[in-house]
Design a protein around this ligand. Sequence first.
Ligand SMILES: NC(=O)c1ccc[n+]([C@@H]2O[C@H](COP(=O)([O-])OP(=O)(O)OC[C@H]3O[C@@H](n4cnc5c(N)ncnc54)[C@H](O)[C@@H]3O)[C@@H](O)[C@H]2O)c1
Length: 216
Amino acid sequence: MRATLQPGLTNRLTKYLRVTQQLIEEGRDAVSSKELGDFTGINPVQVRRDLNAIGFSGTRGVGYQAYDLVEAVRSILGLRQTYNIALVGAGNLGSAIASSAILPKRGFVIHDVFDNDPDKIGRTVGNVVVKHIDELAKSVEEADEIIGIIATPSQAAQEVAALMVEADIKVILNYTDVLLHVPPGVDVHRIDPTAQLMHTLYYLTQAESSEAGAQS
Ligand SMILES: NC(=O)c1ccc[n+]([C@@H]2O[C@H](COP(=O)([O-])OP(=O)(O)OC[C@H]3O[C@@H](n4cnc5c(N)ncnc54)[C@H](O)[C@@H]3O)[C@@H](O)[C@H]2O)c1
């Protein structure tokens, strides 16, 4: 059985994983704790401590072997090599997500796309032919999908979430502004750009007021 990791550590490991994967895509073989720190905003001392805690060590002057680091973090987080994803809503956003070149590189495959508009069903988005929403449960089971993405109008979000829960989806990425009700054991992540902006603006305001305080 895998050791239980503190949520803070899990969160930081995910960030190191993302940065390291990106650097590999840029042709890099090794990555230093300073770079991981610079790109994630985490102190390099903390980076070294975290990687040490999962039994991963680097070489002085060289850094960490990037591929080995990715494998070590994926393994400790219990990540599969690939995840098939069920996406609902083949509109503007859904089509953009299904056409993303980045997701498959990171092991996330938009395997099925569903809609309820007869005009959309049978069309291709990305590399996927859009299916009717009524086929969700069957497709999710066949493709062993545990991740679902909701890219429908808000009014449809709760109903779609209920279908996903019924189909045994465990992680829902919700792009709508609706607060979804799901049973325990299902994780909902709301993708909300305004939250990130508010967070960033808070720090910007803090920095401005301490600058103003220093000048007065
Ligand atoms: N969080 C973000 O960053 C972000 C960015 C853009 C859009 N959004 C949100 O994403 C959602 C989609 O936006 P869009 O511009 O792609 O809209 P859109 O109208 O282009 O697409 C929505 C699609 O959902 C389908 N749909 C509606 N009800 C359905 C149901 N019950 N089952 C299956 N399919 C159904 C529609 O037929 C349509 O194809 C909206 O809620 C929007 O507010 C979020």
